[in-house]
Design a protein around this ligand. Structure first.
Ligand SMILES: *[C@@H]1O[C@H](CO)[C@@H](O)[C@H](O)[C@H]1NC(C)=O
Length: 290
């Protein structure tokens, strides 16, 4: 290519006719030739460097027939093995965990899940913070797997739909206002106390109040008077023995003997007292307590 030489001489005739030998020299000679060689050499060097760089890049970027490094291109899409960092928002339609492994969301700061309406306004928010978990929504509800409502809260009321509401704290449950329930019951084998430590306790039931102690006593203790009052009925003390052990005893001055028998007398104001029993009533004689 560089040098072409056409010799028109033929074998046999060159000896006979040496003066007829023509040599045509076509091509590049001298410094031009050397420049060309240099240029070709330079090209070769660039080619080799290029190839080496390409191989190096392929090596460094971990290119392989299936992808690049931990990034694999499969028929279903992309697959990234190893940690991935997205410094800016990541838009996705769904996020799934891998087969047989849980999904974990970590953050060194708060984690917030926002739900927005079509105008972009936040309508629901779940915030997991360092000090609290907060849910902002019109209505908060927890359902069981079979659809039963377990807990629901909105501005009007909080509903606990479980079979039992257990409060285990030592302080119990505090209600600022009334508690409405058809039954207040102690745990089996535990005492039940109804207490108002510094004020009064009122039991009010227009259709009747029943106090029953089927296996024990009923004790009513009071620092002041005990009034049993019936506006339209009787007071019945229905027992085999009725005792009034501390009734005052009337006296006449000389202290008559009664062999342990007494008569119950009543003062004008209704006060009861005892008077020594005799053949006839001694109330007149023993009326000192009145
Ligand atoms: C995390 O959430 C709390 C509670 O809402 C908030 O006071 C705090 O500013 C949040 N921290 C950051 C870094 O956003």
């Amino acid at each position: 290519m560089v040098r072409e030489q056409y010799t028109t001489t033929t074998q046999g005739t060159s000896l006979e006719r040496p003066e007829n030998q023509y040599v045509y020299k076509i091509g590049i000679y001298g410094w031009r030739k050397r420049c060309l060689y240099l240029f070709v050499l330079l090209l070769l060097v660039i080619l080799v460097v290029n190839l080496a760089l390409t191989i190096w890049i392929l090596k460094v970027m971990w290119f392989s027939p299936t992808g690049m490094g931990h990034l694999r291109v499969t028929s279903e899409g992309l697959r990234l093995e190893g940690d991935s960092e997205f410094l800016f928002p990541l838009y996705a339609k769904e996020i799934h965990s891998r087969m047989d492994s849980p999904l974990l969301l970590h953050s060194s700061q708060n984690v917030t899940v926002n739900a927005r309406n079509s105008e972009g306004k936040v309508t629901g928010r779940l915030l997991v913070g360092q000090e609290m978990v907060e849910a902002n929504s019109q209505h908060f509800q927890i359902n069981s797997n079979n659809g039963k409502m377990l807990f629901s809260a909105n501005e009007e009321e909080v509903v606990v739909g479980t079979d039992k509401l257990r409060v285990t704290g030592p302080e119990g449950a505090l209600f600022e206002h009334s508690v409405e329930t058809p039954l207040v019951k102690a745990d089996p084998f535990k005492q039940l106390r109804l207490e108002s430590p510094t004020r009064s306790l009122t039991m009010d039931a227009p259709r009747g109040v029943h106090i029953k102690a089927q296996g024990g006593n009923i004790e009513v203790l009071s620092h002041m008077d005990i009034n049993l009052q019936s506006s339209d009925g009787t007071i019945v003390l229905d027992a085999e023995t009725v005792r009034l052990p501390r009734l005052p005893q009337g006296s006449r001055g000389d202290g008559g003997s009664s062999q342990g028998l007494y008569e119950i007398c009543v003062c004008k104001d209704g006060k009861l007292y005892l008077s020594v029993a005799d053949v006839k009533s001694t109330c007149q004689d023993y009326n000192s307590p009145c």
